[in-house]
Design a protein around this ligand. Structure first.
Ligand code: PEP
Ligand code: MG
Length: 836
């Protein structure tokens, strides 16, 4: 007898993976056959087949029927219908989002009133980029022709069964070890999908009826199922297509053979990648020519994907929860990686607004390049070498063109990822030789293979670990796979025998014996090749190493602080998790004290010490790192120009004082207060200069005009934080619009973001509305910006005086029509003398 229960589907987000898994779990408590019929879509599925359940494409309110038949059908139906009306409703709840998104984000005024959708997160790689959204669900399986088997069907079925068992076993181990309940639920849902009888049946059918190999049958079935799911009108169900592809890829990998994970299918036009996370090995295979930005939910500031994004100048925003499901496929996205903002379908006004900033950055970089060839030194002549962090050999010449004085960290892992066997000695030799040759006599610090953590190498066949960052990472597995490290060392020694200045360093060192082991290996190989052994250094990234530099110095010729890991291990905060990896850990007094101890111990042992983690690239931390006494900073190539310039503005003795003050602080906020530029930093600069005047500028909005003025102030070196200046201007404009009539406006502010008093002017081609409805639109904008806290209202007095002067018609006429910038400059200079 069949028992039936009719109901309208109750979950707003449809029958997606989690509720389907919950239904499946219930059904497993009974022997009866439990079927779900969706009468709207005409699809049905056994409750025990997760994927088929999802593929019923059931949405909110769909008329559904539960049909239960068999031994314990009566009690099964009763339990299932009670469940559907009760606990089932909770299976749709959204997991809580971490609270860290949006740290320090300044939302541009334009966005606050524009009718576009936007989200904020954490900006992890600066720059603005625009393109079509490519969702991770666009992951494709390898495009290859199905292959016919030459083996009996039974054998292929057995192969498939073995792959299934292996992947199921891996998923079970992963979910048992997963700490986060959401992750555990996802892994369990994946395991459930893998057990789907209909999916398994389609693979078996491919093998038996279409005579396919197990690999081809898996790929074909995966493609077909993914296509069905993609056709769903429910966003959450469409996303499951990516899971099917991922699982199919995993099964194929379990079979052995090439191409386990397929590259993303990306358009032949600018695109923005949107994903929960991006496995590191996917990055090298992305089409980077058209990649204009990335939006990743799970990505910390020092994660390797963030590092690569900065290396390649790809704007990256992290920590936006709910974005992928909210997006329509093919949406146009604009990513602002500096502020952590993502905008959908930006209007021309919004697009222009962001391009003002990109243009400003370009001009700024071009200017800095002119001095790039000089070695970096403080104003009082204290040298601080600025070196490059490289991930790929091809980056070397670009880094030197930007003024890198050497390579402080060559992350060699990228060469080892994404392949079935390690690169050969000859292949490595060619790459290392290319970098050494590009460097000339500049030093190249080659870091020995740092795999493990978030960079697993499948061919090392290390056991699955629940905490990979605390497991067999880097030097910890070297002895077990000495052939791999020996080959790398030999390749590097042979390359350096052909010229160049090679150094090698060992990652993840925690005690002296590890270093002694590598040194012995290095010396053996050098003897065999009859070449001198290059200097060998230790990375200081584990607190135990940081506290035992004296002992390490017996085997190390130099030290290099890997602050990304050092901070991670010091605060026990996973560098990939924005929820715990807080940016301020980098300047927390505890970190600074540890760094101070490292530099002092290195000095005592007469060993040079550099720092190569991401904190070395933050301009606001530069005075501290110089003050602490680091000999060199190694940073992403994109940060070199700014940093070299910034070193030249510092006074070594003042940096030492600052470091002393920071070391005495109790909290990160107290250290942060020391970063603020002092109001009297550039007391001698004139208030107005030629580059502060811009004439005949096309502008669409008031917001764009204000942004241009802030960019002018930035380009002339009067502020390092144009967005903060902009916001300070807007905090006045929001109270009252500063239009003074006759087509003139005088925005004004006083802010710590300014380094000196400034008068700037913009004359527009077409006037723009400024706010007050009874005033004519504005064509001439004069900005008054003063440094310091906005307490004394000095800028208000200046504003009043300038506004009064603008009552004079001939003065206005002069400002509006004088074609010659020099004459204008002289007028404004004499004006400053009277109103200031
Ligand atoms: C570090 O840990 O700071 C470092 C530079 O190494 P990686 O980021 O590659 O782990
Ligand atoms: Mg490291």
């Amino acid at each position: 007898m069949t028992f039936q229960h009719r109901f309208a589907f109750p979950l707003v987000r449809g029958l997606h993976a989690r509720p389907a898994a919950a239904l499946r779990e219930r059904a497993h408590l009974f022997r009866a056959d439990c079927l779900l019929f969706n009468e709207k879509t005409g699809r049905s599925s056994d409750l025990r087949d997760l994927l088929s359940l999802i593929a019923t494409n059931t949405g909110y309110g769909d008329p559904c029927r539960l049909a239960v038949q068999g031994q314990d059908a009566g009690s099964a139906l009763e339990a299932l219908s009670t469940f559907l009306e009760g606990a089932f409703l909770e299976s749709d709840e959204e997991p809580a989002a971490p609270s860290s998104g949006g740290i320090g984000t300044v939302i541009p005024q334009l966005l606050q009133k524009a009718s576009v959708l936007w989200w904020t997160g954490q900006g992890l790689s600066p720059g603005a980029g625009e393109g079509l959204a490519v969702l991770a669900s666009g992951l494709a399986l390898p495009a290859e022709e199905p292959r016919l088997r030459h083996t009996p069907a039974d054998l292929e079925i057995k192969t498939f069964a073995a792959a299934l068992a292996q992947v199921e076993g891996e998923l079970l181990t992963e979910s048992t070890h997963a700490e986060h309940p959401t992750l555990r639920a996802i892994l369990e849902a994946h395991r459930g999908m893998l057990q789907d009888r209909a999916w398994r049946g389609s693979v078996a059918q491919g093998i038996q009826e279409q005579s396919l190999t197990a690999r081809s049958a898996i790929l074909e079935a995966g493609r077909a199922w993914a296509k069905t799911l993609e056709a769903s009108d429910q966003a959450l169900l469409r996303e499951r297509a990516a899971d099917v592809r991922g699982l199919s890829a995993r099964l194929v990998r379990a079979l052995g053979g090439p191409g386990p994970e397929a590259p993303l299918q990306t358009p032949e036009e600018p695109y923005v990648l949107v994903a929960r996370d991006l496995p590191l090995n996917q990055f090298p295979r992305l089409d980077r020519t058209h990649l204009k930005g990335m939006v990743l939910t799970e990505c910390g500031p020092t994660s390797h994907i963030a590092i690569l994004a900065r290396t390649f100048g790809i704007p990256l925003v992290a920590g936006i929860h709910g974005l992928p499901p909210a997006l329509a496929p093919g949406a146009r996205l604009l990513v602002d990686g500096a502020q952590g903002i993502v905008i959908e379908a930006a209007t021309p006004e919004v697009g222009r607004y962001f391009s003002v900033e990109s243009e400003g950055q370009k001009i700024h970089q071009e200017r800095l390049k002119r001095h790039a060839t000089q070695p970096a030194a403080t104003r009082d002549g204290h040298p601080v070498a600025i070196l490059a962090n490289l991930s790929l050999a091809e980056e070397a010449s670009g880094a030197f063109a930007l003024g890198a004085e050497g390579v402080g960290l060559f992350r060699t892992e990228m060469l080892f990822l994404e392949r079935a066997v390690p690169p050969s000695e000859d292949e490595q030799f060619e790459l290392y030789r290319a970098v050494l040759q590009a460097a000339g006599d500049r030093p190249i610090t080659l870091r020995l293979l740092d795999s493990g953590g978030d960079k697993p190498l499948p061919y090392l066949r290390l056991p699955l670990e629940s905490n990979p960052f605390l497991g067999q990472r880097a030097v910890r597995w070297y002895a077990q796979h000495s052939d791999i490290i020996r080959t790398q060392i030999r390749a590097a020694l042979r390359a350096s025998a052909q010229g160049g200045h090679l150094r090698m360093m060992v990652p993840m060192v925690s005690e002296a014996s590890e270093l002694a082991w590598v040194r012995q290996l290095l010396e053996e190989e050098a003897r065999q090749l009859q070449v001198p052994a290059p200097p060998l250094g230790a990375m200081i990234e584990v607190p135990a190493a940081a506290l035992s530099l004296g002992a390490l110095a017996q085997h190390a010729d130099f030290f290099c602080v890997g602050s990304n890991d050092l901070v991670q291990y010091l605060f026990a905060a996973d560098r990939n998790l924005p929820a715990v990896a807080r940016p301020e850990f980098a300047w927390h007094p505890v970190t600074l004290r540890l760094l101070d101890g490292i530099v002092r111990a290195a000095r005592a042992a007469q060993r040079p010490v550099s720092i190569c983690g991401e904190m070395a690239a933050r301009p606001e931390l530069l005075p501290l790192l110089v003050g602490l006494g680091f000999d060199a900073l190694s940073v992403a190539p994109s940060a070199i120009l700014d940093l070299k310039h910034a070193v030249g503005t510092l006074e070594a003795s003042a940096c030492e004082d600052l470091a002393m003050q920071a070391l005495a602080c109790a909290r990160a906020q107290d250290v942060e207060a020391l970063f603020r530029p002092s109001s009297a930093r550039q007391p001698t600069r004139p208030v107005v200069e030629a580059e502060l005047l811009e004439l005949d500028v096309p502008c669409l909005t008031k917001e764009e005009a204000i942004k241009r003025l802030a960019e002018r102030a930035f380009l002339s070196g009067r502020t390092r934080a144009p967005r903060v200046l902009e916001e300070a201007i807007w905090s006045r404009e929001r109270v009252f619009a500063t239009g003074v009539g006759y087509g003139f406006a005088v925005p004004h502010c006083q802010t710590n973001a300014m380094e000196c008093a400034t008068l700037a002017m913009l004359r527009l081609v077409e006037p723009v509305a400024w706010g007050a409805s009874d005033e004519p639109p504005v064509r001439t904008v004069l900005l008054l910006a003063l440094p310091g806290e906005d307490v004394g209202e000095a800028h208000l007095r200046l504003f009043a005086r300038l506004a009064r002067r603008l009552m004079d018609e001939s003065f206005r006429e002069h400002l509006e029509n004088t074609p010659d910038p020099q004459t204008l400059l002289e007028t404004l200079r004499s004006e400053v003398l009277t109103i200031w």
